[in-house]
Design a protein around this ligand. Structure first.
Ligand code: PLP
Length: 380
C-alpha cells in the first residue's frame, strides 16, 4: 500500500504515517481509495464518537451551509446559542458560561489564559504523562514533545498523577491553575483516582487556584458517561472540550464556572463558534443523547474486555478500560503489533511506547468488536 502520492509530495511530514490513505467512512468502517475496508478503532483519534458520515450530522451541516456558515462572536447567532445552552445543561453544575474555539489545544490554551486572568497568577501545575495540546501555552502544560521548544511558559510544574503529597507541595499561592485529564489518553489510558481528584479540588479551593479538567479526549460519552467528571462527581472551575463535540467538524469549547472572570478583549477567535460547526455539534449531541451513546460505550467496553480476557495473550500486562476508551498495556513495544493489526485491516492507536489504545466510534457493533478481539488475539 502506498501513501496518497499527491499528499506525500506536498505535506510537511510531521506525522508518523501508516502508509494507507483513507477515502471514505461509514459508522465504524473506513475504506481506502482502492476500496479496501478497515475496522476503525481509532475514530480519528477519539473524534468520530457518533460514527463516520453520521446522517444526522451530515444533514445538519448541509442545511446550515445553505443558511449561514460564518458569523463572528461580535454578533449573536441562534445555532451558537442553542449549542451553548445544551453544553451548559449537560455539564457539571455551576459551569454556566461557554467560550467556543476550534480544537483541543485552543481550548486548553484559552483555559490557561482565563485562569491567569482570573487569579492574576502565572503558575501552572499539571501531571506527568499529561497531554493538553501543542500550541506553546498548551504545550507548556504537556509532559512530552516540549524539548525543541524551550523556553515555554515559566512557572510550570509537573507532578506524578495520583500522588496527593506531591500535588499538595506543588500548589501554592502563585498557582493560577491545576490542569488534569480525568483519564490520561495520550499518556497511556491512565485514570486519576477519586481521592486524588477530590484532593485537587480541595487544594484549589483552599489556595485560590483554578481547577481545569481537560475532557478533550474523555468527553462526549467516550468513557461511559457524558463527561468523565461524572464518574467522580467532580465539579471543575473550567472544563475543556473538543474532539467528539461536533461529529468530526473542528471545534473546541471551554465551560467556565463562577470563579472565572473574563472581560471584553481577554480572548477571541475568528472561527470559534461559527454556525456551521455549531449546527454539526447540536446534531451530534442530540444523536449521543437519543442513542444513549454513554450507556452504549459503558456496555460495549465491558463486553470487549470480557471477550478479550477469555484467553488473554501472555504478552498483555494490563487492560485498562473506561467505556470505549481502552488501553492494552503490553510487556513489549506496541508499534509492531499496531502494524500487524493494520495488516489485518484494523486501525488502532499507540498511547506511549507499550500501550495499544482503542477509541472506536461509539456506534461500533458487538460483531465489529468481536472482529477487533480476534484480530488482537491473532497478532498478540
Ligand atoms: N487535550 C487532550 C486530553 C487531548 O487528548 C488532545 C489531543 O489528543 C488535546 C488536548 C489537543 O487537542 P487538538 O489535537 O484538537 O489540539
Amino acid at each position: 500500500m502506498t501513501p496518497t502520492p499527491l499528499e506525500a509530495q506536498y505535506a510537511l511530514e510531521v506525522y508518523p504515517r501508516r502508509g494507507i490513505d483513507i477515502a471514505r467512512g461509514q459508522g465504524a468502517q473506513l475504506w481506502d481509495s482502492e476500496g479496501n475496508e478497515y475496522l476503525d478503532c481509532a475514530a480519528g483519534v477519539g473524534v468520530a464518537n457518533v460514527g463516520h458520515s453520521n446522517p444526522a450530522v451530515a444533514k445538519a451541516i448541509a442545511q446550515q451551509a445553505e443558511i449561514l456558515v460564518t458569523c463572528p462572536g461580535i454578533f449573536y447567532n441562534d445555532q451558537r446559542g442553542v449549542l451553548m445552552q445544551r453544553l451548559v445543561q449537560l455539564s457539571p453544575p455551576g459551569l454556566n458560561r461557554v467560550f467556543l474555539c476550534n480544537s483541543g489545544a485552543e481550548s486548553t490554551e484559552a483555559a490557561i489564559k482565563l485562569a491567569r486572568a482570573s487569579t492574576g497568577r502565572t503558575g501552572l501545575v499539571s501531571a506527568m504523562r499529561g497531554f493538553h495540546g501543542r500550541t506553546l501555552g498548551s504545550l507548556s502544560a504537556t509532559f512530552k514533545y516540549r524539548d525543541a521548544f524551550e523556553p515555554l511558559l515559566p512557572g510550570c510544574t509537573f507532578v506524578p498523577l495520583n500522588n496527593i503529597e506531591k500535588l499538595d507541595n506543588a500548589v501554592d499561592d502563585t498557582t493560577a491553575a491545576v490542569i488534569l485529564e480525568i483519564i490520561q489518553g495520550e499518556g497511556g489510558v491512565r485514570p486519576a483516582e477519586a481521592r486524588y481528584l477530590a484532593a485537587a479540588r480541595r487544594f484549589c479551593d483552599e489556595r485560590g487556584t483554578i481547577l481545569i479538567v481537560d475532557e478533550v479526549q474523555t468527553g462526549f460519552c467516550r468513557t461511559g458517561r457524558f463527561f468523565a467528571c461524572e464518574h467522580f462527581d467532580l465539579v471543575p472551575d473550567i472544563m475543556c472540550l473538543a474532539k467528539g463535540i461536533a461529529g468530526g467538524v473542528p471545534m473546541g469549547a471551554v465551560l467556565c464556572g463562577d470563579r472565572i472572570q473574563a472581560s471584553v478583549g481577554v480572548h477571541g477567535s475568528t472561527f470559534g463558534g461559527n454556525p456551521l460547526a455549531c449546527a454539526a455539534a447540536v446534531a451530534a449531541i442530540e444523536f449521543m443523547l437519543d442513542e444513549d451513546l454513554a450507556g452504549r460505550a459503558n456496555q460495549l467496553g465491558q463486553y470487549f474486555v470480557a471477550q478479550f480476557s477469555h484467553n488473554l495473550p501472555e504478552l498483555v500486562r494490563e487492560v485498562r478500560q473506561f467505556g470505549l476508551m481502552i488501553g492494552i498495556e503490553l510487556k513489549q513495544k506496541a508499534t509492531p503489533y499496531l502494524q500487524a493489526l493494520l495488516e489485518r485491516r484494523v486501525l488502532a492507536l499507540p498511547a506511549g511506547p507499550t500501550v495499544i489504545r482503542l477509541l472506536p466510534p461509539l456506534v461500533i457493533s458487538k460483531s465489529q468488536l468481536d472482529e477487533a478481539v480476534s484480530a488482537l488475539h491473532e497478532v498478540l
